[in-house]
Design a protein around this ligand. Sequence first.
Ligand code: ADE
Length: 244
Amino acid sequence: MHFHILTLFPDMVMSGLNTSIIGRAVKNDLLTIDAVNIRDFAFNKHQSVDDYPYGGGAGMLMQAEPVYLAYQSVAEKLSKKPRVVYLSPQGQTFSQQMAEEFAQEENLLLLCGHYEGIDERVLEEIVTDYVSIGDYVLTGGELPAMVMVDAIARMVPGVLHNDVSAEFESFQDNLLEYPQYSRPEEWHGKKVPPVLLSGHHANIEKWRREQSILRTWKNRPDLLEKAVLTEAEEEFLKKNQNNT
Ligand code: ADE
């Protein structure tokens, strides 16, 4: 999979994404991440890419032409028109389901705005998807683009060394993850739940699933409504929801 990030701050994006698991995936040629500097496509001698909005108002806008030229520099090398995501608080809220869907693309362009936004005309011409990472306003689209790349890239086969973990994690079945413990068996007087030391795999699986259900009920009841529980699990939840 190839990510192309159109941005005024390529170093910010590349330094964030060249580390840890995503950095390793790039080194292993499972994905490529290119940052395209929109400023390289400025068409005046001052290399400026922003201007005042018509009609007045606060702040500056990114102009249409540099954004369009930056887009074209990527699109002209591809055999089909790519999906282009504009990161904006006005977009649809990003979700695990969207990450899975975007992970099917061979190429994905992410357009990061700055200042007060981007001239509407170029958005109309190139953008296919408007995505927000949540109901708050950031200073630019770079952090949201990095969030998207991280969530999408980990769905690409081979990026997480053990492919099962992408499948079984939070949200996959609308349940949050169960609590986990490592050595030592006792820390600050707190003991690891005995079932986890029992070596009895079926009991461990059952306990984990029940913990996931309880946690989701407590922290994200909205998610639990979408989860599919067995009758026995419904019963378990009824019995235990008041002792958490
Ligand atoms: N740009 C500024 N704020 C944003 C947000 N919440 N999501 C996506 N892009 C943004």
